[in-house]
Design a protein around this ligand. Sequence first.
Ligand code: BGC
Length: 293
Amino acid sequence: DDVTLDFCEPGKAKLKGQLEIAPSAAAPPSYDVIGKSNLEVTPGGKYRPPNCRSRHKVAVIIPHRDREAHLKHLLSHLHPILQRQQLEYTVYVVHQIHGSLFNRAMLMNVGFAQASLDNNYDCFIFHDVDLLLESDRCGYHCPKLSEHGRSNPKHLSVAVDKFDDVMPTYRYVFGGVSIFTREQFLSVNGFSNLYWGWGAEDDDLFLRTWRKGYKVDRTDTEKCSFRMISHSHDRDNPMSAMRYLLLKQSLQRQNEDGLSSLRYRLISKTRGRVFTNVTVDVGGPTPKFIELM
Ligand code: BGC
């Protein structure tokens, strides 16, 4: 940290408010173009405000596979916002290799572990690749401590146009974009590693969060609303059908299943122009195995 600088003043952030969002059907800019429009972002997708000391050290973790157009749209949209918000941040894209079902939750855990090896981030934003923020007044940082000296994890993507800007009606929705401090994420033991294929890993995280005595704070829907880049979600498979069973036993497993049991093979970790790319093999059931089920 550059301790000679004064802390950034939130009032001085040059926010724009409501943002224009390029239609997702449009061709996304290349990484090179994104880099050229974000010259202060350094290799690995890192940034720190040049003239003041940020109050927040944030790692943005984006799980990814085969959604490169979305990723480019997201990065070109997000980098300028994070800079205007005066954050010190790094963007991590955690890429799962082919050969087994996608495991969004495990990639989040890997992102947390790998980011923590690089720097002492105090705040982690777990971010789906297909969600674009509609206003930069929505803060991408961890909340201040509450009056009881304890802050809660936060659910940011409470209003998504796909859901007509109202939260899906069930009370424990926690998907899309969520924010944890390091302590909070360690305390809940991260995500469960057992959800292969689509759905419920975020519901599981909600239960884990409550179990450890936190509530989930929701952002103000006026401030934080998102546009979802349209696509169809991965189809269900026999493994994802198991998600209800897994969810039922979520709390019994919590201390043994999560960051504490995370195993993966790091294939590569490289500093790209606008993000740090972590490529991993997290194991998991193969399509052949699924066929036999
Ligand atoms: C799934 C969640 C998902 C939510 C909203 C639920 O049925 O279990 O994983 O985030 O629907 O799409």
